[in-house]
Design a protein around this ligand. Structure first.
Ligand code: ADP
Ligand code: MG
Length: 353
């Protein structure tokens, strides 16, 4: 059977919805390309006050975001928030809007969690139900961060193996799923764009400069112009190997790793400052470390100490993710197999999940 035929049949047997089926609740977010609400089904008012679904009313990029979510649903469902349905809502007043529906995964993003003084212990309480054998301190924090990083990389590997580059990986787009008790990726709004445009020139509005890798083009400009979507969203393995567009996401994930290790970098403003310093060091993390470590305050020193645990295996992974040249960055799959995740203690944690 053809993949598109299967998709069609699958869709035929899924419930379909229209605008009037939903009751709008609290607004969860508002970006340049859409508004996100918590919603419930009108027919089935949930016993809880708040809805168990999420609605994004999207403009231009909605069509591709629906397509991306459909694809993720079938190919790597556990990587991203659970997508329910998407449709076009025609309106003469407001212009056409794409409505996208997901299951409500939970209240908190990794960003929210990182803003707490308790981080990473507040995450530990969510992902581990057994009392830790380690006293509070660096080693325990490192283990929690390891678990978060493994979940992020696992989700990312799923996307990349499916042929999707997210391009907007950041703590705001990583949600804690209460159902699966693990982190999932959300917001495939920017994922599509690079495959749509000729030469894959990214739309600058779609890129978050705080987490974006330095390369301006994630596909070489020599690449023959892209076919139109949705065919364009499946990159040929040859083009993929030539350009390694997935390493853009790996860079962003590396920055999240760094942010988690250094409490002083938890806020976005501090990350902007870090990016300036890193740029001055030509995106060389080792050079950056040399420049800041001699005059580092206790917070910065603590971050280095955490990454230096177990012979510096964390620092080794971090520096393989955050590199100037995409080609020199580790892949999400290879990162998962990195010895950083390979310790006895971690095996125990993974069984507990
Ligand atoms: P955008 O960043 O384009 O506004 P997102 O898809 O990132 O849109 O969603 C905005 C916010 O809505 C997220 O940061 C998150 O807080 C919340 N959200 C999105 N999807 C879900 C979901 N499936 N479950 C729970 N909350 C969600
Ligand atoms: Mg977002």
């Amino acid at each position: 059977f053809d993949m598109f035929f299967l998709a069609f049949v699958e869709r035929l047997f899924r419930p379909s919805f229209r605008k009037d089926d939903f009751v709008l609740g609290k607004k969860l977010g508002e970006g340049a390309f859409g508004v996100v609400y918590r919603v419930s089904l009108a027919k089935k008012p949930s016993s809880k006050r708040e809805g168990d679904l999420v609605l994004k009313k999207a403009t231009e990029y909605g069509a591709v975001e629906i397509w991306m979510n459909e694809r993720v649903r079938r190919a790597c469902a556990n990587s991203c928030a659970d997508f329910v349905y998407g449709f076009l809502e025609r309106s003469s007043k407001k212009g056409d809007e794409y409505w996208l529906i997901w299951r409500f995964e939970g209240e908190t993003t990794l960003y929210d969690l990182m803003q707490s003084k308790e981080f990473p212990y507040n995450v530990e309480a969510m992902i581990l139900n057994e009392v830790q054998d380690l006293p509070k301190g660096l080693e325990r924090e490192n283990r929690i961060i390891q678990t978060i990083m493994r979940q992020i990389l696992f989700a990312l590997d799923g996307l990349h193996s499916t042929g999707i580059v997210h391009r907007d990986i950041k703590p705001q787009n990583i949600i804690f799923s209460e159902g699966s008790q693990s982190f999932k990726i959300i917001d495939l709004g920017a994922a599509a764009d690079l495959r749509v445009g000729i030469n894959y020139i990214p739309n600058e509005f779609l890129l978050d400069p705080r987490y974006a890798a330095p390369e301006q083009y994630i596909m070489s400009t020599q690449t023959p112009s892209a076919p139109s979507p949705p065919v364009a969203t499946i990159l040929s393995p040859v083009l993929w190997q030539m350009n390694l567009p997935d390493r853009f996401d790996v860079y962003s994930a590396g920055l999240i790793f760094l942010q988690m290790a250094f409490p002083g970098l938890h806020t976005d403003n501090s990350l902007i400052q870090f990016n300036r310093q890193l740029k001055r060091c030509d995106y060389d993390l080792v050079a950056w470390r040399k420049s800041v470590e001699p005059r580092a305050g206790p917070e910065l020193r603590r971050g280095f100490e955490l990454l230096d645990l177990d012979g510096g295996i964390g620092w080794e992974l971090l520096t393989s993710m955050v590199r100037y040249k995409a080609r020199q960055r580790i892949s999400a799959k290879a990162a998962l197999a990195h010895p950083y995740f390979d310790r006895e203690g971690l095996l125990v944690l993974s069984f507990m999940q």
